[in-house]
Design a protein around this ligand. Structure first.
Ligand SMILES: CC(C)(COP(=O)(O)OP(=O)(O)OC[C@H]1O[C@@H](n2cnc3c(N)ncnc32)[C@H](O)[C@@H]1OP(=O)(O)O)[C@@H](O)C(=O)NCCC(=O)NCCSC(=O)/C=C/CCCCCCCCCCCCC(=O)O
Length: 719
């Protein structure tokens, strides 16, 4: 796990060998201890270079080991021996030096980085802190403000920025290992005392307290309820106010409080869930690592509304030529200007030049005859989408892949009107499509494994987190949203206010509560869907008892809000009021309170006191319950996929892990009992009836979320 060689007759070259990222597993730590001991005790050796195999220095501690009992040599004493030695030790950083990897480098006396390397202390994103001396050593090296920013955000820096900050001593375009060996030979005669970070005093800014206070407030505002960044601030304060050895003690005390916390477990789960999501398998047995995706050299986007514009930008900025299509001249010109503007702003932000030349705008589908892939993003209307796909079948060459950006319509029905159903798939982007990271890849029963592989790989190329899901109304994300938002409106009827419900959800960690989120998305969208499905509007059967539709409980308050022309932020009025149409600052609106009160009076509903606990349980357990049904139905292959969808598409707080992980943390038994309780109180709400899979998992002793798959695999998979 650590290879030892003698090079240039007097330099010990220690190579970490733990693919793919040379994580500091117990075996690697053993390897470092043994090889360092050998280097320090061999009189032939005058200097040491530490590097990583396969052009990657080190990705940090082995996160998988955090789940079990800690074994092997602890990191800090091991690294102390590197710094304390009398022979210069140089870190040759290629690829990445992250977390414990950078901390290892900070114990070395010198650091040489390849110009493409990335460095950082991302532990905070895993719910912990850099507890191998990082919080004490980085501030001594680069000062409190810069260290504080890197440690509390976990941001990676380029080699060039690391050089500017003073983290590395040299950046090279050559082989970093060879440069480091030469560097080490030159360092042999030089004194090491000033290179030992533990012996330095932290340069302290005069406004330390104000700085720490400002950063704390910023964190509390941005990451409400998240523990790790606040602990990082405390650890950095210790670097400024305590001697090194006491600072290290403080660092490890703070780490101990974080290490076993639910937040750390949730964040580490998210890290692996995101990687698991890319590993799709189809019922045919085809899977992510054996199907070659097609190369996409050109694409077309049909429809330049909000979604189409974002999709066109996402494609062009990764170098894919795009033909954008609209149905009339005026819409085309507006779309063109918007796309160019978005592309320019995006390029400016990224410090690159905008790729205008990759975009072509046209009114005619005939121009698409030679493209590799088409993404349809027209209005959410089945008849319109079908007519577009019929037309495309006539125009495009037989090998062109067809994708639809529908947010919930039947992908198989669309495939059915084409001449190539096996080459049709859903690519459900989230708005704004050039910003949001999530992509649901909706596999119809006839989608070929090649098109699944291509859509997943294209998503990755566009920087998206892509999740393969099956075809059903609303797919995964929007299907689950219904029980969640239904509970919120039922709670309004029963006595809560939009502000109270939103506050409970925001205190839980959502960036926005359900009502503020609906105002942002536009209330008219859901209203149209409800009208089309006969839940409201003139087509509703008058024989329906009030507040019941299709045999179940129905709350018409959202329809009443829309009937008043209140469509959310865009009209300046929705569940809240805004200072102007398009305004974003939500204020409670007495008119909404009146509307709800009148509604309660009309139906004789006596409002009751509703606790935040009930709001969280009803909204989130209903959400997870639908997740269990989705797993049963084989629409999502794994709970991780559902969680990733909610983390990246719906603002579910990452430190809670996603709805399914959250349910497992609360305890499946408890979730089951609470759902049974609420379902008894509301027997006409089927979403509150515990799903068979939840019951099955509880009967099996509530296994951890990673093991649920074993209980699902017998069920029918659409994936
Ligand atoms: C940028 C990357 C490194 C690479 O990205 P990419 O090329 O895109 O590849 P990926 O798909 O992401 O990864 C490839 C596979 O590698 C796996 N992987 C990656 N990193 C790790 C890792 N660090 N550990 C394990 N596995 C890793 C990944 O899952 C992929 O596997 P697979 O293909 O899915 O199977 C990118 O991967 C990346 O960003 N990685 C994470 C980097 C990171 O966050 N590093 C920090 C890790 S935490 C750390 O270093 C902490 C150090 C402090 C010291 C710790 C001391 C611990 C003891 C504490 C005791 C506490 C007190 C106890 C109290 C008590 O109980 O009493």
């Amino acid at each position: 796990m650590a290879r030892y060689e003698l090079v240039k007759r007097s330099v010990a070259l220690i190579t970490l060998t733990n693919p793919p990222v040379n994580a500091l597993s117990s075996a690697v730590r053993h390897g470092i201890a043994k090889t360092m001991e050998r280097a320090l005790s061999d009189p032939k050796v005058t200097a040491v270079v530490i590097c990583g195999e396969n052009g990657r220095f080190c990705g940090g501690a082995d996160i998988r080991e955090f789940a079990g009992p800690l074994r092997g040599p602890p990191l800090v004493p091991l690294l102390d021996s590197i710094e304390a030695g009398e022979k210069p030790v140089v870190a040759a950083i290629e690829g990445v030096a992250l977390g414990g990897g950078l901390e290892l480098a900070l114990f070395c006396h010198y650091r040489i980085a390849h110009f493409k390397a990335r460095l950082g202390l991302p532990e905070v994103t895993l719910g912990i802190l850099p507890a191998a001396g990082g919080t004490q050593r980085l501030p001594r090296l680069i000062g409190i403000p810069a260290a504080l920013e890197l440690i509390t955000t976990g941001r990676h820096v380029s080699a060039q920025e690391a050089l500017k900050l003073g983290i590395v001593d040299q950046v090279t375009e050559q082989n970093a290992c060879e440069v480091a060996v030469e560097f080490a030979l030159r360092a042999v005669a030089k004194p090491l005392s000033s290179r030992r970070l533990s012996s330095l005093t932290t340069p302290c800014p005069p406004n330390l307290d104000a700085l720490l206070e400002a950063v704390t407030m910023q964190i509390q505002k941005k990451a409400r309820g998240v523990m790790a960044p606040l602990a990082c601030v405390q650890a950095v304060r210790a670097a400024a106010t305590m001697p090194y050895s006491q600072g290290i003690k403080r660092e490890s005390e703070l780490m101990a409080t974080l290490f076993n916390s639910g937040q750390a477990r949730a964040l580490q789960y998210c890290f692996f869930a995101e990687r698991t999501a890319g590993k799709w398998t189809l019922p045919s047995g085809a899977q992510w690592n054996d199907i070659k995706p097609r190369e996409i050299r050109s694409a077309a986007v049909i429809g330049l509304g909000t979604m189409g514009r974002g999709i066109a930008v996402s494609l062009a900025r990764v170098g894919i030529p795009v033909i954008a299509v609209e149905s009339d001249k005026k819409l085309l010109e507006t779309g063109r200007q918007m796309v160019i503007g978005m592309l320019e702003r995006d390029a400016k932000r990224r410090g690159v030049s905008a790729s205008h030349n990759l975009l072509k705008f046209t009114l005619g589908l005939q121009d698409l005859k030679d493209v590799d892939l088409v993404i349809e993003a027209v209005f959410e209307d089945m008849a319109l989408k079908k007519s577009v796909f019929r037309e495309l079948s006539k125009v495009c060459r037989p090998a062109t892949l067809f994708c639809t950006n529908t947010s919930g319509l039947d992908v198989d029905a669309l495939a059915g009107v084409t001449d190539r159903p096996q080459l049709v798939i859903g690519m459900h982007f989230f708005s704004p499509a050039h910003v949001m990271k999530l992509l649901e890849v909706v596999c119809g029963p006839r989608s070929s494994s090649e098109i699944v592989a291509t859509a997943m790989s294209l998503g990755k190329r566009m920087g998206k987190v892509s999740v393969a899901v099956g075809n059903c109304p609303g797919f995964v994300g929007n299907r689950m949203l219904k029980p969640y938002s239904d509970q919120a409106t039922f709670l309004l009827e029963e006595g809560a206010t939009p502000e109270q419900i939103d506050k409970a959800l925001e205190d839980f960690g959502f960036a926005m509560g359900v009502f503020r989120m609906s105002d942002l998305a536009g209330l008219d969208v859901g209203w149209r869907v409800r009208k089309e499905s006969g839940l409201t509007g003139p087509d509703v059967d008058p024989k329906n008892p009030p507040r019941r539709r299709q045999g179940r409980k129905y709350c018409p308050i959202p329809d009443m809000v829309c009937e008043q022309g209140r469509f959310g932020q865009k009209t300046g009025r929705g569940w809240y009021m805004y200072d102007k149409p398009g305004g974003t600052k939500a204020k409670p609106d007495p008119l909404i309170q009146n509307l709800i009160e009148m509604y309660r009076n009309r139906y004789g509903i006596q409002p009751r006191n509703i606790t935040d606990q009930e709001i969280i349980e009803r909204c989130l357990f209903a959400l997870a319950n639908e997740g269990f049904r989705i797993l049963e139905d084989g629409i999502a292959a794994r709970p991780e996929d559902i969680d990733v969808i909610y983390l990246f598409g719906y603002g579910f707080p990452r430190h809670r892990g996603g709805p399914m992980f959250y349910a497992s943390m609360v305890g499946l038994q408890r979730v089951l009992e609470r759902l049974e309780h609420y379902h008894q109180a509301h027997p006409d709400v089927p979403h509150l009836e515990p799903s068979p899979l939840l019951k099955k998992l509880v009967a099996c002793g509530s296994p951890p979320v990673q093991k649920w798959r074993e209980h699902i695999k017998t069920m029918h998979s659409h994936l």
